[in-house]
Write a protein that binds this ligand. Sequence first.
Ligand code: ADP
Ligand code: MG
Length: 366
Amino acid sequence: MKVVLQNLTKKFPNRNKKGDDVIAVNDFTFEIPDGKLIGLLGPSGCGKSTTLNLICGLEKPTSGRIFFGEDDVTNLPPENRGVGLVFQNYALYPHLTVRQNILFPLQNLKGAAKLSKAEMLRKADEAAKLVQIDGLMDRKPSEMSGGQQQRVAIARALVKMPKVLLLDEPLSNLDARLRLQTREEIRRIQRDTGITTIFVTHDQEEAMSISDMIVVMKDGIVQQIGKPQDVYDNPINLFVAKFLGTPPINVFEGRVSGGRLYVGDDEVLRVSGAEDQPVYVGIRPEGFIPQEAGPLCCLLSGVEVMGRDTSVVSSHPAAVSVNVRSIIAADYPINREAETVRFALKPYKVYLFRKDTEERIPFEAV
Ligand code: ADP
Ligand code: MG
């Protein structure tokens, strides 16, 4: 089922003295293709949950419309939208068994949709198999791990075979290893069922790893939409560049002058297509090449070997943050005793941004 958001806006009245409204979602327009997994990504408070709540009908938009396929569902109550919801806290009924928890949404079906007992049990079994908890059907939530409880919550959201599945930070309460495993499970389940899914997270790595497309939000406003790799490679502004990638992009004060790009006083690249101006220079950690006579001169603070790669921590007077982090293939020798380390730069890992609007400035390396 394709989901269309049209100029979707949600304002909340503010309780502070000034009384300005909080615009939790600001003019969100996007067509979510049928059967895809979309990662909705942004820092806490940027409007992710509000967007999900608008889609499922728990909140009413201030303006704008929502379509499921060709149907306008903007005024439809949540129970008639055919949406499955999973939250961060699994919100299972503690006194019910796993089977009873999964059955619960089916028992509330009325009229023509009402199912026989046998049908309900069959559907509950199917949903449990999908998330691989069919061996635990008689347990209570308290007798299960966090990861298993979250699977039950997912099974419960799937049991009515929703048209759209909405997941609001579903992995936040799991430990690192389980998070990894469960996010792969979610991807598999989504592929198996073909249900259009929106996955909300503040964790860029999580969103990047499982989404067909990501939507990056800030302060209620969509910044960029695209395939994860495209957004990483072509961030539209400094915010998006900084939000994607671990370690994060390194940001420096710099300038373009007479076809040369300077980071502080270091002339690092010859460039064309960018006007002379002060800029922010973003360099991805994988964009540094250690080179004896390299143009970017950093003060070496430490070298961390991480197996396949080496992480070089250094500093530079023009860097916006204390540390400059670069990831170097382990076969480059780094002299740990040296005071400085010099780098050449991979031009396609270097980004320029306007100092005023922080928008990306296109350029070509020459
Ligand atoms: P996220 O899920 O990305 O962390 P939310 O959608 O929960 O963000 O919130 C977006 C903004 O809207 C925040 O500034 C939040 O304080 C505000 N907000 C959310 N719900 C309400 C509400 N019911 N009343 C007032 N403000 C709200
Ligand atoms: Mg939220």
